[in-house]
Design a protein around this ligand. Structure first.
Ligand code: NAD
Ligand code: DAU
Length: 345
């Protein structure tokens, strides 16, 4: 407990898609909590995501990189931080294919930096928000699921950087006794997701009647979960997760990309003629599917938001927030977007 009478945790990446949802959800459901939100505000971080809590004194925003170990250490001291939840990352697979370096810096070096602080300050808990992509790819035609004991077999530079970070979390727990847990979640969707990812990109393109670029044959499968359900699992992993353990998070909602795209077009009343098959992503993983029974049993967690309702509400959110869309589609992102958009067909 800090002098302010609050429990204080440091959350990294809290201006991004999942991080902002997490910070807002935590403050709304825990009156006695203060959050030190450290975010570098890369192209994916946006203070508009945090507008709802901009006047909440329990939210302290720090514009910084997690690799700055000295600063992270002094923030933990200054605010009597009890634990860290590491959400910050470079998160987009296509960008990692273009240039892996920022993924090494943030996802690996940044995680080691925060682990070092957790070790030196003997923090009470460390949650590493990882991904199901560290397990590699499942057969499209099998019913096999990723469990926590599935061997790591990352295929992209992004997932390799996340798997490396997971190995460092394991090592800091084993060697230094850092009370760390890892969560590995499937694909998230929901409000405020940066429109480089499948669902928001397709929603925004469909809204403007632009073509919808589907990679390869469109039959790659992902296991979709609403971001708020993921955030609830991260919270429970922080409170109840056993140090040294890994928890898979997923919603039993496997869907191929073409089905997602057709559903979005149908909800928006747009023609399927907008679908454009483009060159496949190099090394494109075929299928992800999660067995989340351990998190359900040990963390008392379960997903609550159905995909049908969640997707409709997500589409409405993008329709209701044209300024947000305009903002994130400006600047550096526009260049990246147009490169992607003009991928060789
Ligand atoms: P995002 O790209 O929307 O947000 C990442 C945030 O991290 C941004 O606010 C960015 O500014 C910040 N950041 C980047 N580098 C930083 C640095 N060096 N220091 C401090 N802040 C930095 O990502 P997201 O989709 O919200 O994903 C968040 C986390 O969840 C990632 O670790 C990702 O691997 C994991 N994850 C994502 C999904 C998904 O479907 N999006 C699924 C499972 C796990
Ligand atoms: O599984 C969890 C992971 O999900 C997270 O760890 C990552 O941070 C997150 O980016 C996501 O990775 P994916 O590569 O699965 O997500 P993305 O939205 O980029 O792509 C989803 C699927 O849609 C994938 O099969 C590629 C395809 N796709 C994507 C885009 C952007 C297209 O067909 N067209 C597109 O334009």
């Amino acid at each position: 407990m800090s002098d302010s009478g609050h429990r204080t945790i440091l959350v990294s990446g809290g201006a991004g898609f999942i991080g902002s949802a997490f910070v807002m959800q935590m403050l709304a459901t825990n009156t006695n909590l203060r959050i030190i939100n450290v975010d570098a505000l890369t192209y994916a971080g946006n203070l508009e995501n945090l507008q709802a809590i901009e006047n909440d004194p329990r939210h302290v925003f720090i514009h910084a990189e997690i690799q700055n170990t000295e600063l992270m250490h002094s923030l933990c001291e200054q605010y009597a931080v009890e634990g860290i939840i590491n959400i910050a990352a470079e998160s987009h697979v296509d960008r990692s294919i273009q240039n892996a370096n920022p993924f090494i810096e943030t996802n690996i070096q940044g995680t080691v930096s925060l682990l070092t602080v957790a070790r030196d300050m003997k923090l009470k808990k460390f949650v590493q928000v990882s991904t199901d992509e560290v397990y590699g790819s499942l057969d499209q035609h099998s019913t096999e699921l990723f469990t926590e004991s599935t061997p790591l077999a990352p295929n992209s530079p992004y997932s390799s950087s996340k798997a490396s970070a997971d190995m460092f979390v394991r090592a800091f727990h084993h060697t230094h006794g850092v009370p760390a847990v890892i969560t590995r979640c499937s694909n998230n969707y929901g409000p405020r997701q940066f429109p480089e990812k499948l669902i928001p990109l397709m929603i925004l393109n469909a809204m403007e009647s632009k073509s919808l670029p589907v990679y390869g044959d469109g039959l790659n499968v992902r296991d979709w979960i609403h971001v708020n359900d993921h955030c609830d699992a991260i919270h429970r992993a922080y409170e109840y997760g056993i140090p040294g353990e890994v928890y898979n998070i997923g919603s039993e909602n496997e869907c191929n990309n073409l089905h997602i795209v057709r559903t979005i077009l149908s909800i928006l009343g747009k023609s399927e003629d907008l679908i454009q098959f483009v060159k496949d992503r190099p090394g494109h993983d075929k299928r992800y599917a999660i067995d989340a029974s351990k998190a359900k049993k040990e963390l008392g967690w379960k997903p609550r938001i159905t995909f049908e309702l969640g997707l409709r509400e997500t589409i409405e959110w993008y329709q209701d927030h044209p300024e947000w869309c305009e903002h994130v589609l400006s600047g550096e992102y526009r260049d990246y977007y147009s490169q992607q958009y003009h991928r060789e067909r």
